[in-house]
Design a protein around this ligand. Sequence first.
Ligand code: SF4
Length: 71
Amino acid sequence: MRIRHKKHECIGCALCEQEAPSYFVMDEEGMATLLDFQQVGVFQTGEGLEIDRAALKRAADGCPVNIIHID
Ligand code: SF4
C-alpha cells in the first residue's frame, strides 16, 4: 500500500512513531518523517507492507492533524 505523509504540517505529537516505528521516526526538529520515502510535491511517499496495515491505519487515524494517508 502507498503511504503519504505531509511532513511540513506535523505538530510533533509522536503518535505515528509509537504506532508504526518501522515507518515513522521523529527527526532532530521534532517532526515525524518517513524512514524511506520519495518527496512528491508536498508529500513524503513510501510503500507499506500489507502485514503492517493495521499499525499504519492506527497512525493515520490517530494523527491529530490528519496528514497521514494510506491507499
Ligand atoms: S501523528 Fe501526525 S502530528 Fe503526530 S507526529 Fe505523526 S505526523 Fe506528526
